[in-house]
Design a protein around this ligand. Structure first.
Ligand code: NI
Ligand code: MN
Length: 231
């Protein structure tokens, strides 16, 4: 009951965790399907999975306007600090307790160069456990990897997975990811933003729900999902 997810389009999310607003991968103003503007979005913390433009997005402007702390890998944190942004640096496998819960960085199979070509370190995913023990896995941009099984062993309530193919997992591998992660709910992202990553999310939902115990929640930009763990 303490975790609400707002989908802003592409890979941009707002998580309401107790009274905290967490903004994830805030690619908004140049995002053709964004449901909110960078000048309107709320953030106490901003999580960024990797340095590509469709994830870093409007992060500097939003962080400066809101005073939010950006949580990301060390290399991206350094790059943002040099641009006047407050950061908290972590790295893969490392977790830290914040006022909103325990946040761990996970492996992601992808690239992560910064917009000016600087080295962005390794791309990451996030595993967040809030104070109520609810756990959400944000895979970030990634291909399928077998260690998703290890992440799934922690017990995942919501998994947010890319299904767009071409740059990340496509529908077939994302289905295999669900089988490794065994989450209660799955929310597909990183599709339909551009022609190259168009997918039939409804068909994917039907297949995942036939082959696994997970429930798939397909959100349009502007849509939201609240975890009701007791239902
Ligand atoms: Ni990317
Ligand atoms: Mn991407």
């Amino acid at each position: 009951m303490f975790l609400k997810l707002n989908f802003y389009g592409h890979a941009a999310l707002g998580l309401e965790v107790d009274s905290y607003q967490l903004l994830v991968d805030p690619f908004l103003d140049d995002n053709p399907c964004a449901s909110i503007k960078s000048s309107e979005v709320a953030a106490d913390y901003i999580l960024v999975t990797h340095a590509h433009g469709d994830h870093l997005g409007d992060i500097v402007a939003i962080a400066k306007r809101t005073g939010a702390v950006v949580i990301t890998v060390f290399e991206i944190a350094n790059w943002l600090e040099a641009r006047g942004v407050k950061t908290h640096a972590q790295h893969l496998g490392g977790g830290h307790t914040f006022p909103f819960g325990y946040l761990k960085l996970t492996l992601a199979l992808h690239g992560s160069a910064l917009p000016d070509g600087s080295y962005g370190g390794n791309p990451a995913g996030f595993l967040l456990t809030n104070k109520a023990g609810e756990r959400i896995y944000l895979a970030g941009d990634t291909g399928l990897f077998g260690d998703m099984k290890l992440i799934g062993e922690e017990g995942i309530d919501i998994a947010v997975l890319p299904i767009g193919d071409n740059y990340t997992m496509g529908p077939a591998d994302a289905l295999r990811a669900v089988k490794l992660l065994m989450p209660g709910y799955v929310i597909p992202i990183h599709y339909d933003t551009f022609e190259l990553i168009e997918q039939d999310a409804q068909a994917w939902k039907d297949k995942v729900e036939r082959e696994t115990a997970a429930k798939v929640v397909v959100l349009k930009p502007g849509g939201s999902f609240q975890l009701q763990k007791d239902n």
